[in-house]
Write a protein that binds this ligand. Structure first.
Ligand SMILES: [Zn+2]
Ligand SMILES: [Zn+2]
Length: 505
């Protein structure tokens, strides 16, 4: 049997040869112990059959190295009864260890060359393919090749947690928006694997687990954070805390109830579960799913009623913004130039849940013009209502009533859109109403009406009423300019701030 490998230096850790069960070439070997020649002399190795082996890949026979390859580890787990367990041949120092004979102490890359050379000298190599390319995992920070290795870690058994989290969404206790992400959520949750929550980092929340240094067998004591006084097994006092820290998602997954001081604080009792969790679609699994699982486990209640997912903000050509491409729009710089309100509404309009949105300086400039428009309209209304007396109830003309009626429709539409999380539609409808109806039609047609003393008072009432209510509707999108104008409106009863005004009906 000829094996293909890119990692000859891990051969010392091989515990089996695997072939596909239906591969005619190898059927006769399945289950047999074969004597094979190696650089360290002759040894025996068993041939196993596994459906995961691709008969068309390489020679169709692969070495199984469970200590240094995740797929091989899974293969060993499926064949535990037939083959020996993982044999580690590379140490944490990145060098070959005592299980590799003369290669002990060599770095991985060094050993790879040397083992191949020695195999060649012994006539154990059939062919070297210099053009073969394969993918290796690299460290996301330093680009070093990642060496798979077996280490003891803490895991959370996720299946039962996921089951409850699936049920909660199926029963609509939590709704994920946009809806198509519920499918993604279910898919993840149904295929979830146990969660490795320990990390070998310097900074993080310490794992509250202590090992007894007196017990002959590995004895761990896990607490809620306090150091235990003695070992539960031997009563010994030589306890050493685990040096690992928690995966950051393990703590942020507890954010919904931990920040509200579960279980007794009044914040928890008042605000849990929260109404809406707003976050990026790409952390649906890392964060939202974990919050669902851990919150349900701890509080028996869902952490939020709605999850609203936003996409990424991309540049005008829909490219992802990155420093290296130089296409990043700095929000603070844009705010200095165009104002916060212009940026906020530019980010809202055209932005659909879960989908990436494009933003350009042109778009922000366009909404800066809208902010200016609103300001100019308000100047006009304020100037024309200096003599407005709110206490006198005017008799409204048919035209006055029609203006109010039309605005009422917009207010209802906006409220409905907000209730349905269609923020873009809400903002866009308001934008069009203010610009094309209120400014272009209502104000223009009001100019002669205001000149006539008989109709002036009623029209003042209409203009102020519609402007005041428009400001309330626009406030979530453009909080600064709306507040500024609101404070200047000729109204008797005003709140200290617009945000506590009642919503227009
Ligand atoms: Zn690194
Ligand atoms: Zn002990």
């Amino acid at each position: 049997i000829t094996l293909a490998t890119v990692r000859p230096e891990t051969k010392f850790g091989d515990t089996a040869i695997a072939v596909h069960p239906d591969d005619k070439r190898y059927k006769k070997y399945i289950g047999k112990e074969l004597k094979v020649k190696t650089v360290l002399g002759t040894r025996t190795i068993k041939v196993i059959a596994d459906k995961e082996v691709d008969p068309d890949f390489g020679t169709g026979a692969v070495k199984v190295t469970p200590a240094h390859d995740a797929n091989d580890f899974a293969m060993w787990e499926r064949h535990k009864k037939e083959i020996p367990g993982p044999l580690q041949v590379i140490g944490l120092d990145g060098r070959l260890n005592e299980n590799t004979g003369p290669y002990e102490g060599m770095k991985v890359t060094e050993a790879r060359e040397k083992v191949a050379e020695d195999m060649q000298a012994k006539g154990l190599i059939e062919k070297i393919d210099e053009n073969y390319e394969h993918a290796v995992a690299l460290c996301y920070k330093c680009n070093a090749v990642i060496e798979p290795m077996l280490m003891k870690q803490w895991f959370v058994k996720t299946k039962p947690l996921a089951k409850a989290a699936i049920k909660a969404v199926k029963e609509k206790k939590t709704t994920i928006l946009p809806k198509n992400y519920e499918k993604v959520y279910f898919h993840w949750m149904e295929n979830i694997r146990d969660w490795n929550i320990s990390r070998q980092n310097w900074w993080g929340i310490s794992i509250p687990a202590w090992i007894c240094e007196d017990c002959p067998k590995e004895e761990w004591i896990v607490t809620d954070g306090k150091k235990p006084t003695s070992c539960v097994k031997c009563k010994g006092k030589n306890l050493k805390q685990d040096e690992d820290v928690f995966d950051t998602w393990f703590s942020s997954g507890q954010w919904p109830f931990a920040t509200l001081r579960f279980p007794n604080h009044k914040d928890y009792k008042t605000f849990y579960p929260t109404d809406v969790m707003e976050t990026a679609a790409d952390i649906l699994f890392f964060w939202v799913a974990r919050m669902m699982m851990l919150s349900l486990y701890q509080t028996k209640k869902v952490p939020f009623k709605y999850v609203y997912l936003h996409g990424l903000v991309r540049d005008k050509d829909r490219q992802k913004m990155s420093k290296s491409k130089g296409n990043v729009i700095d929000p603070l710089g844009v705010i200095d130039t165009y104002g916060t309100d212009a940026l906020r509404i530019a980010l809202t309009i055209g932005n659909m849940p879960g989908r990436d949105t494009a933003i350009s300086e042109d778009k922000i400039r366009g909404y800066r013009n809208f902010v200016n428009k609103l300001w100019n309209i308000s100047r006009f209304v304020l100037l024309e209502t200096k003599d407005f007396n709110e206490k006198k109830r005017p008799t409204l003309s048919l035209k006055d009533k029609a203006i109010l009626k039309e605005f009422e429709k917009i207010a209802k539409k906006t409220t409905k859109a907000l209730d349905e999380f269609r923020f873009s539609h809400a903002a866009e409808d308001l934008y069009h109403y203010i610009w094309h109806t209120y400014a272009d039609k209502v104000i223009e047609s009001s100019k002669p009406v205001l000149k006539d003393a008989k109709t002036r008072q009623a029209r003042q009432y209409v203009l102020v009423k519609v402007l005041a209510d428009s400001l309330k509707l626009l406030h979530p999108f453009m909080p600064f300019i709306t507040e500024e104008i609101y404070q200047q409106l000729p109204l008797q009863k005003k709140q200290t701030t617009l945000m506590i005004e009642s919503w227009p009906k």
